[in-house]
Design a protein. Structure first.
Length: 339
């Protein structure tokens, strides 16, 4: 377990004193508590994004952990665990926005067990890091905001997301390649636990849920321009997902099948493409897995990926002869990884 970054110092008979590094988080928590509509307030700690991007860094994790701890100490907030957050997110069914994301639009929503979400962004202009934090009150979607400025020299991790330029280019490239995929029904993909930033060595599991029974293919488009087929794979070759049922990838936590975060670090696009019939795309991905002699996750060239998607969409006819026009959908998330 990574040791706590911001420490508590004990100074003689003065008792427990907060270090200079921890004081700003305490101050920010107190300012938010002064604005809270009720107490105690059940809050979820969401994402902290770098500037106006979808990317995160090791500093995002520090903000999430330290603010969560400071909010609890005010006595006015009860922090909802990641497990409870995930349960609440499932109850949203197929909301088209992520309440944990500071860029999500403010539409009134009721999430059982959660009164508000703390989330934000940070901006780096050497030597100052400016953190903008908001408390989104779900009852009426009212927002309370506070601002914090930190000295970059006091932050013990990388502030800027890994491989920033390559990551941004990667996201744009994938969005251009999938722009013709219809969204005929709702499908959702998320990382188990709702995390979207991971340190090297972390184990990751993804979850897919669709409102219609369909066939899926799940890809990891990495920041270095490579693409990995996560599903189907050697251990789960059937691409069918039943309606309103969670599909875990990988299905088991056996060490032989797990997905472990490693280089290249940066921000990757995790994408699911679905069709209600067995399309040429899903057929090709199944064949790739069958033809692989060595167990593991299969690499796919971006060219092959684009060609398979475009040809399947343009063709419009499924590989099987079942009557009825096939329906398509797609969803993706950006996950950030760092050393």
């Amino acid at each position: 377990m990574r040791k706590k970054i911001l420490t508590i110092m004990v100074a003689g008979f003065a008792g427990i004193c907060l270090s200079a590094q921890e004081q700003p988080y305490k101050k920010m928590a107190e300012e938010l508590s002064a604005q809270a509509n009720k107490a105690p307030m059940n809050v979820s700690v969401g994402n902290f994004l770098y500037e106006d991007t979808k990317l995160m860094s090791g500093f995002s994790a520090i903000l999430r952990n330290e603010l969560g701890s400071a909010l609890t100490k005010t006595g006015k907030f009860k922090i909802i665990s990641r497990e409870k957050q995930e349960e609440a997110a499932n109850e949203q069914e197929f909301q088209k926005f992520d309440i944990f994301d500071p860029d999500s639009k403010k539409t009134s929503i009721h999430v059982k067990g959660i009164d508000g979400v703390v989330r934000g962004k940070f901006y780096f202009r050497y030597p100052v890091v400016t953190v903008l934090v908001e408390l989104l009150c779900l009852d009426g979607m009212e927002t309370k905001s506070v601002k914090l400025e930190l000295n970059a020299a006091d932050i013990p991790v990388e502030i800027i997301p890994a491989n920033l330029k390559e990551s941004e280019k990667n996201i744009v490239d994938i969005r251009d390649r999938i722009k013709n995929v219809p969204h005929d029904f709702e499908i959702k993909i998320s990382a188990a636990g709702l995390n979207r930033d991971f340190r090297g060595g972390d184990k990751v599991q993804f979850k897919v849920r669709a409102e219609k029974s369909c066939r899926i293919a799940v890809f990891c488009h990495q920041s270095d321009g490579s693409t990995v087929l996560l599903f189907p794979n050697n251990w789960s070759k059937d691409t069918v997902v039943e309606a309103n049922t969670d599909m875990l990838i990988p299905k088991t936590k056996d060490k032989k099948f797990e997905i472990e975060v490693g280089a290249p670090f940066g921000s990757d696009v995790i994408q699911v493409i679905a069709c209600t019939k067995r399309s040429a795309l899903h057929g090709k991905m199944e064949e790739l897995v069958k033809s692989q002699s060595i167990p593991g996750y299969r690499s796919v060239t971006r060219g092959l990926f684009s060609k398979a998607v475009d040809e399947s969409i343009e063709d419009g006819s499924p590989e099987d002869s079942t009557e009825g026009k096939p329906q398509w959908s797609e969803n993706h998330i950006v996950i950030s990884t760092y050393k």
